[in-house]
Structures are given as C-alpha cells and as structure tokens.
Write a protein that binds this ligand. Sequence first.
Ligand code: SF4
Length: 715
Amino acid sequence: MTETRSTCPYCGVGCGVIIESDGAQITGVRGDPAHPANFGRLCTKGSTLHLTASAAVTRQTRLLQPMHRAQRGAAPQPLGWDEALENAAEKFAHVIREHGPDAVGFYVSGQLLTEDYYVFNKLAKGLVGTNNIDTNSRLCMSSAVAGYKKTLGADAPPACYEDFGHAQCLFIAGSNTAWAHPIAFRRIEDAKAANPAMKIIVADPRRTDTCEIADLHLPLQPGTDVMLFHGMLHLMLWEGWTDAAYIAAHTSGFDAIKATVRDCTPERVAQVCGITREALFEAARLFATSAATLSLYCQGLNQSSSGTAKNAALINLHLATGQIGKPGAGPFSLTGQPNAMGGREVGGLANLLSAHRDLGNPQHRAEVASFWGVPAVPDKPGKTAVEMFQAAADGEIRALWIACTNPAQSMPDQATVRRALQRCEFVVVQEAFATTATCAFADLLLPATTWGEKDGTVTNSERRISRVRNAVARPGQTRDDWVIAAEFARRLEARLGRAGTLFPYADAEAVWNEHRESTRGRDLDITGMSYAMLEAAPQQWPLREGEASGRSRLYEDGVFPTPDGRARFADVAYKPLAEAREARYPFSLNTGRLRDQWHGMSRTGTLGRLFGHVPEPTVQMHPQDMARRQLADGELVHVTSRRGSILLPVSASPELGLGQSFIAMHWGGEYISGRSSTGELLAGVNALTTPAFCPDSKQPELKHTAVKILKAEMP
Ligand code: SF4
C-alpha cells in the first residue's frame, strides 16, 4: 500500500487528505493530521472519496477516451487524441478567422487546479485574443471578489480559520456552514466549546442546522441583507458604538454612508427585513462592542442581484467598528468550490487578469502581455457566465469549450443555456465524467483526469495553497486538464500563425513556476512559494521570495491596497429582489446545498450511502403554507416560475418562513423532470431560476426566484 498526501476536491475548506492506494486503485482515504485546515478531520463527503473514486470507474460513469459526434443527437464515437485535438483546433481557428476571436468562449470551473486555470486563461487572453473566459465560480464567489475590491482594495480575504478561536462574536450571514463547510463548522463548534462566552449570530431566512449553535438567529426576508446591515450601522452610530479613531486613521468615505443609513431606522428595518427591533439592536450591539468580531458569509450574500452591495455593506460594519486586522476580527468570505480562490489568483474570469490585475487597467494589460510575450491583451470586456450563454444563444458566440463543469444543469435559466449549446457550431466538453447533462450537447468529448489522478495546487478560503497529488495512474486515455488545454493551444498557435512558444510546459510545476513569477510585486505575491516548499506544508499567501512562511492575517498595520492606503466605505443602496413576488408567483424559491451531495452529483451520486441523509428531492415549504393549499408531505406538486415548471414531492419544513420554499441544487434529470415555458424538456431546479445578476459582480440571483406551487393533478 502507498500513501499520498493530497487535498479534498469538494469544498473551499480545503482539507488535507491521505490517499491510500494499492498502486492501481485508490483503496482508502483519511484526514491528514498535519494539514492546518482540518488537522485530520473529514466530513461525510471527504471520508468517502475513495469509494466514489472506485465506484465512478466500476460503474462506468467515467469518460475514458476522446469521443465525437458526427451530428447532434447521434451516439458519440471514439477517436484518437491527435485527431480530436486537430479537429478542435481546426474548428476554433475557422471560427476565429471567419468571425473574430470574440466568437469563441471558454467556460471553466472552480474544480480545476490552479495550473489548469492558468493555462486556460493564457490560451483565451494571450493566444486567441478574447476575454471570453469565465467560470462556474462566477456563480459562487464573484460578489465576494467585487465586495473586497470595492472596500478593501484587493480580492484578499483578510482572516483565517485560526480566527474562530480568537473571535468573541461570530456573525454568520447567508451561510449554512454546518452543511456547506462542515469541517470549518466543527472548528467553530470547538471554539464555542472552549469559549462559551463567544456569541454567535446567524442571519439567514432559513433556520438551518448552523442556527443550532447560534445565540441569536435573524430570520430576515430573502434579499434584505443590505437593509439589515445598514440598520445595524444606523444603530451603531446612534448608540456611539463606532470606532471614530479607526475610521479617521484608516478609512475614507464615511460621511456618505452615514447619510445613506440615516433613514434605515429600526422601525424600517423591522418592517423590510421581518425581524424584531430587539433582535436588530442585539445584533448591532454584539457586533460592535465585542472584543473581536468575525463575519463568515457565503452564497446567501453572493448569489444575489445585490451581491456586491451585500458584501460591501457587511464590510462597512467592520470598518466602522475597527473589527478588522486583529486576531478574531474581520470579514471572511467562505468559498464554495475547492479552487475558486486559485481561479481568482490566475485571473480566470472575464474581467480579471493574472495575479489580481484588472482587465480594465491599461498598465495591467500591458504587464500581462509583456510577461506572456504576446502583442497585447484585448481590452474589450469578456462575457461573464450568464452573458456568455446568452451570447451563444443569440449566435454571437459560435464555438464553446467547457471544462470540468456542467452548465446544462448548474446555470440558471436552463432553457437559454440549452438553446445556446444547441445553436453553437462546435461544443467541446472536457470532462472526467460521461454522465453530465452537458455531455449530451458536445460535438467533441475530451476525457480528463480527476481527483487522485492529477497533480497541481489549490487555494482554500483562508488563502492557503495546498498540493494536490496523483496517487494512481491516469485511467484509460484520460489526460490532465492543463495538458489538454496546452496541447490544443499548440495546435491552434500553428493555425493562427503564432510562433508556438507560449505553452512550453513539461509538467504542472513548470506552469506553477510561471504563475508564481507573474505575482511578483502584487498583493498576492507568492514568489517565495515553490513546489518544494509546498511539499513540506501548505502555505498562505502572500509569501514573497526569501520569506519562510505566509501571512495568516491581513491589514494588521491598518494599511490597505488602495491608492491612499485607506479602506473605502461603500455607499451602497438597498434594492429589492430582481424578480418580485406577486399574485401569480407568490413564493420565493431558494436553492442551496445538501450536506452529503456535491454539485450535480457526478461523484457523490455514485454512492448509495450519501443518499442516507436526504434520499430524494423535495420542494420544502412551511407547514402552514402547505395546510392552506391542502398539501400533505410527499404529495407531488408543480413548481412553476416565469421560465419553466418542474414536478417533485413537497415536504414540510418549519425552518422556512411563510411564503418561502427551498429546493436543493444537486438533483439533475434522473430525479427532477420539467419543461420550459415554451415546452422544451428540462431538468432540475435551474429550469426555474432567473438569469438576473448583480450589475457589479455579474453573479446570478440563485437565492431567489418567484414561483407558484400547485398540487399536481393525478390522472
Ligand atoms: Fe472536503 Fe469540505 Fe468536507 Fe473538508 S469540509 S472534507 S474540504 S467537503
């Protein structure tokens, strides 16, 4: 038996794992006691990784050789790698020659390793000359990115997991940490047990399992977070709980936000948010007056048409009270996916460039072009996730390359996404699993390696970079994601008349070395972080050349990466949800994770025991809402939005408020069938969801869709 240290591929906690293998198969997994994210613990998903790895192979859910379709709808046929990549390069070159570089798009994933992400980003922006590269991380953390940049000046979560143990007040907003980040939650439970005086506040429309350890639950109405945070700031000002010295020394823009929150009175907040004035007062008091307050937040803030405003309004509270830059204090966004952070670092989004550079900054574009040795990086903003599929549906994008993600299930407004995939002239799907809904739309399927088989790095929520290592040989004809991208790129270089020198990498470490050099002098400078150093232990960024270890906490000196060194209060306004509830669509539908499933279930859905917690999809409703509609547990209902309708059982959930409903995001076509408003066959909850997005972050509002719920007529 051999043992290989690696990292869990599920969530942004980034737990270290030790993979056991017999040389051919992964036979076991256990938590790495030396890893500073989890110290040996694993949750249900992490501890069954070895079972899902073997089940995926034995049940033949893996894609193991390149396949192509002669025509749409036909069964895919095998072909060799050379032919597949030549074919892809020819098709992409043809579209670029005929219609320009912006006629192609790349849609990648927070599941990719940093090295994969880096090569894809360089391929799109450096070689093809388009910024049309975006990622499913747009659906989970782009509002956090925009919120940090707007206020603190850089996309850098300032806190770390150790801060759970230093906090006297933990403010959890829009995060069911107990289910979505279980090992982080275990650490919070430990911190509370060690320090019973620590107060925990949870702001969430649902009374989730995370509320079980809360001293105070704020069951606010969906989408009203900005009003809640403004109301807290209003009270802090009224009660004299702000930190005038910190505001004067380290921030700018306070007067404007002070004026904005003037009319966010407790009465108004109570009416808009649906919470009591007493609860609001207590939340503001604990936040402002505790010795150290740490905020944890996730999709409840991010997946919103006001996502950036929600993030910024919460960070305003930290700046107003000086609750930042000290142990146990600061805003701390949790990332959903294992490497959404790594994608941010290499600039793998349509509006970013390598090493936290901005596409809109001419100097940054020139720096990246010079570093890559290309004439220029295009200045035209790329299409973000929702925009990219809309552009494809409109015929503007004609060739799409999709890597390690399943937009036909996971993107909102599924009917438009599927129309986009059908209309594209050429769709490449680079995947480990042959079972995703998106595979059915591919002209070319390219088999990729996955966890346990590939090599590289990931960054977790606390800026900690860990190695991911291959424990077994690549199955079938699979190749690593960055290798596929680089081999395609070399073929495309030849067709576009380029020298063929942009992608010279011999291995993942060579990609890493180029990426880390690109960070020199930037806020996330990792020039001191080599693979050799990461062999010894995971490290947090920044870690500059010559330094022995990274930085666990940022802004302890009160200096921020803004032109004047001051953090900026964001003067943001409360705005209602994009899609109003009204008589025809009276319920707010929320979507989110289950404890034991992951994304579209490609991996977790192969293992029966992971269905023990929640065995089937249901739409959850408040029991009183069910009684009014004469619905009983388990009865089938139609859940219908302006875009489509799905059929599934209903279940009673007193954890929800009146007028609210919830469906887990994981269930695909095998579990939930439905139709679009124009009759197309669809599947899963995203048949219903709205493509409305935050104007700053372009993150879609997956946390609210207006729906009606009606008992299904049985024949
Ligand atoms: Fe994996 Fe997240 Fe569970 Fe840790 S908490 S074992 S990273 S799924």
